[in-house]
Design a protein around this ligand. Structure first.
Ligand code: BT5
Length: 324
């Protein structure tokens, strides 16, 4: 979408119910009135509706509620996150597209999203079921100036940020299961996948992927997972507007990201512990090397999970599956 078309939507949006004249639009956008009229026709195809009145000009009376680049940008209150948006109705995996764009130099804050993924993936090449438009499937390209070992803090940061944003806007109670799952009432609602391209000392880019089940019914989740997973709709009996949720998430994410770089990890850690699922409870830990039962004690500054084993020893875990 051309930046003029995006500016046109923003200007009309700013006016609210007021009309703005074609002359004024043409001055502000530095394009002819014919060009404006052409942009409006294109926008109508996207579902925008305009009203025009003689001598008064134009006003916007309806924005589409379907997802696409312009509907996400319209009304998005961020400074850098989502200035570039890659949207397609369907993608293999937003992670793959994000890696591709990042390699080609895509800016910090680029957002990749789709209505359904054909090959959505979790950690270690596990399948992430997302071949339906009931969820939010999104990847963010970030270029933080941090050493690679700090990246695991970012996964925890993302979990905390998603929880707080979703709780604020849906009123639901959400827990975090280390390292990257969000749970409601004991069922998985969201998963986060952090991938990075790094040298020894510095990160070239991070790709933060997350999937959130939003409007799926129980039947729309595959039978292998539907006893262990849920959606915002199933937990709230409400059909959620994905577009609004995405805009709120991006806004909250940008704010939280800036705060993290100002205040460091400690506040994130406290918030993480507040939402930690099964904190101080006995769980089963399965790492590459071994399996044992242990109690969840907390997290360490480098993102590790701290558990207390039966013999009283504390262990730091960097990669494992936790079950119970
Ligand atoms: C995750 O992996 O939970 C990270 C998922 C990240 C998905 C996003 S969507 C946008 C971006 N593009 C991608 O291709 N991926 C990211 P993990 O912890 O490995 O959990 C995977 C497991 O979660 C699977 O083995 C299933 O048991 C379960 N699962 C799969 N799909 C699910 C769904 N829609 N809802 C709940 N659980 C699901």
């Amino acid at each position: 979408i051309s930046s003029k078309r995006y500016q046109l939507i923003s200007i009309l949006a700013e006016q609210g119910d007021n009309y703005i004249s074609g002359q004024m639009l043409s001055e502000r956008l530095q394009i002819s009135r014919t060009a404006i009229w052409k942009h409006m026709n294109e926008l109508k195809k996207d579902g925008y509706q305009f009203e025009s009145a003689p001598k008064k000009g134009y006003r916007l009376i309806k924005k589409p509620d379907n997802l696409n680049e312009s509907t996400i940008k319209w009304g998005l209150k961020t400074n850098w996150l989502g200035k570039q948006i890659e949207f397609q109705e369907s993608m293999t995996s937003t992670q793959d597209i994000a890696h591709d764009l990042a390699r080609k130099g895509a800016a910090h804050g680029t957002v990749i999203t789709t209505n359904n993924q054909l090959r959505g993936r979790g950690r270690m090449d596990r399948t992430w079921h997302s071949d339906n438009d009931g969820g939010i499937w999104m990847s963010l390209i970030l270029r933080p100036d941090i050493p690679p070992h700090q990246a695991s803090q970012i996964t925890l940061f993302v979990a905390v940020t998603l929880v707080e944003s979703l709780e604020r806007h849906t009123g639901l109670d959400i827990q975090i299961k280390w390292p990257n799952d969000l749970f409601i009432n004991g069922k998985k609602i969201s998963g986060i996948l952090t991938e990075m391209q790094a040298e020894l000392e510095s990160i070239q880019y991070l790709i933060i992927g997350f999937g959130i089940n939003v409007n799926q019914s129980m039947e729309q989740l595959p039978s292998e997972i539907n006893k262990r997973s849920t959606s915002l709709r199933m937990e709230s009996d409400n059909n959620w507007d994905k577009l609004t949720l995405i805009q709120q998430l991006l806004h909250d994410f940008e704010k939280a990201y800036e705060l993290y770089f100002e205040t460091g990890f400690e506040p994130i850690k406290q918030k993480w512990l507040k939402h930690a699922y099964k904190l101080h409870e006995l769980v089963h830990v399965k790492t590459f090397q071994e399996e044992y039962d242990a109690e969840i004690k907390g997290i360490y500054d480098d993102g590790a999970l701290i558990v207390t084993k039966r013999n009283g020893d504390d262990e730091r875990i960097y990669s494992a599956d936790i079950t119970w």
